[in-house]
Ligand binder design. Structure first.
Ligand code: MN
Length: 328
C-alpha cells in the first residue's frame, strides 16, 4: 500500500489501551460479503446491507462496498458513469490505484493511494466515479472502499458538499504495543482526531496489525461498532470469534474493541488489514431505492421526479465528451 504505510513507526503518536472499567464489546453477528458487479461492471464485495446485517444493525451506515483488490489488465478497469444521489454521504477511500471523480457542482479530483474523498449528496447531486484514462490504459492494482453514511431527516436537504483529503493529511497513530498502524480517516479515537468531517458523528479507521498482534481500542459507548476485514485473518471480541477477508462484524454494547491478528498473514501486506467503524445511530425509518436514501416512499418518488426534472444538477458541459453515448 503506497503512501499510507510510513517506513518508520517509532515517531508516531501512540494510542493508549483502555484500562479502567473496560467493557469489551462482544460479537453480535458476522456477515460474509457476497460478491457482485457495480457501475459499469467492477467487482464489489458488500458486507452490508445484507440479510444478516441490515440497515437497523448498521445504523448510521447504509452500505459498505469493498472495491477489489483487483489487478486490472490494460483496458479493463471500469467505474460508475454519471448517476445521482440524495439523502446521505459517501466516503471513498482508495488504498491502491486511482479513481477520478467529477460532480455536477464542479467538485472533483483524483482519489489515489491512501487518499479519501467525502461527498455529501444531501439534497441531490450527480457524479461519476471512473478510473483515470492513464490507469485504464496501463492497468494495475486497484483496491478501495466506499462507505455510505446516512443523514437524519433534518439534514437530508442540506446543500451538497465535497471534501478531498490527501493521504498525507490522514493522521496515523500506533497501538500502545507498537504492532498496529492505525489511519484515522474520520472522527476521533481516544484523544486523537481524524481527518474528515461528516454531518453524522462517526469514527472510521483502517488498522494494519502485524502477525500475532493484539489491538484493544477505546470506543465511544454511544456509537455502534462494526468491522470489516480487507485482507488476512484473526479474531475479534472477548470470545475471539474468527474472522477472515470479506467478512463484516457487528459488535454489541461496550466501551472497547479487541482485534487479534492470526500468526500468519497473506501477501501483499502480510498484515491483518481491518476497518473499524462506528457512529451515532440515527434511528429513523429508511426508504431506499438505488442511489436515493430517504425516510418515506413518497420521498423516493419525489427524488425520481426531481432527478428527471434536472433538480439535482446536470452533467457539466465539459464532461459530455466522457459519455460514450453522446460522443458523436
Ligand atoms: Mn455514486
Amino acid at each position: 500500500m503506497p503512501a499510507v504505510t510510513p517506513e518508520i513507526w517509532i515517531d508516531l503518536p501512540r494510542i493508549r489501551e483502555p484500562r479502567e472499567n473496560v467493557r469489551d464489546r462482544s460479537v453480535e453477528l458476522v456477515s460474509t460479503a457476497p460478491s457482485l458487479l457495480e457501475g459499469a461492471g467492477f467487482p464489489v464485495r458488500r458486507p452490508w446491507p445484507s440479510q444478516t446485517l441490515g440497515f437497523r444493525q448498521a445504523d448510521p451506515f447504509l452500505l459498505l462496498d469493498h472495491l477489489g483488490a483487483v489487478d486490472y489488465a490494460p483496458g479493463e478497469a471500469k467505474g460508475a458513469p454519471w448517476h445521482p444521489h440524495r439523502g446521505f454521504e459517501t466516503v471513498t477511500y482508495i488504498i491502491d490505484g486511482a479513481m477520478a471523480h467529477h460532480d455536477s457542482q464542479g467538485g472533483g479530483g483524483l482519489i489515489t493511494d491512501g487518499s479519501t474523498q467525502w461527498m455529501t449528496a444531501g439534497a441531490g447531486i450527480l457524479h461519476d466515479e471512473m478510473p483515470p484514462e492513464k490507469f485504464v490504459e496501463k492497468g494495475g492494482l486497484f483496491h478501495g472502499i466506499q462507505l455510505w453514511v446516512n443523514l437524519p431527516q433534518r439534514l437530508k436537504w442540506t446543500p451538497p458538499r465535497y471534501q478531498s483529503l490527501e493521504s498525507e493529511h490522514i493522521p496515523i497513530v500506533v497501538s500502545e504495543r507498537g504492532d498496529t498502524l492505525i489511519r484515522l480517516i474520520a472522527g476521533s479515537l481516544g484523544e486523537h482526531k481524524g481527518a474528515g468531517a461528516t454531518w453524522t458523528p462517526i469514527t472510521f479507521i483502517h488498522a494494519s496489525l502485524e502477525p500475532g498482534a493484539r489491538l484493544q481500542l477505546p470506543w465511544p459507548e454511544e456509537f455502534n461498532a462494526l468491522a470489516y476485514v480487507l485482507s488476512g485473518s484473526g479474531s475479534v471480541g472477548p470470545a475471539g470469534v474468527l474472522v477472515r477477508e470479506g467478512q463484516g462484524v457487528k459488535f454489541g454494547p461496550g466501551n472497547a474493541l479487541t482485534v487479534l491478528a492470526a500468526p500468519t498473514q497473506p501477501e501483499p501486506t502480510k498484515r491483518l488489514e481491518i476497518l473499524l467503524l462506528g457512529g451515532q445511530p440515527i434511528r429513523e425509518p429508511i426508504a431506499s431505492y438505488g442511489p436515493f436514501v430517504m425516510n418515506t416512499h413518497a420521498d423516493i418518488v419525489q427524488a425520481f421526479d426531481d432527478y428527471q426534472a434536472g433538480k439535482m444538477g446536470s452533467i457539466p458541459a465539459a464532461e459530455y465528451r466522457r459519455e460514450p453515448d453522446r460522443s458523436n
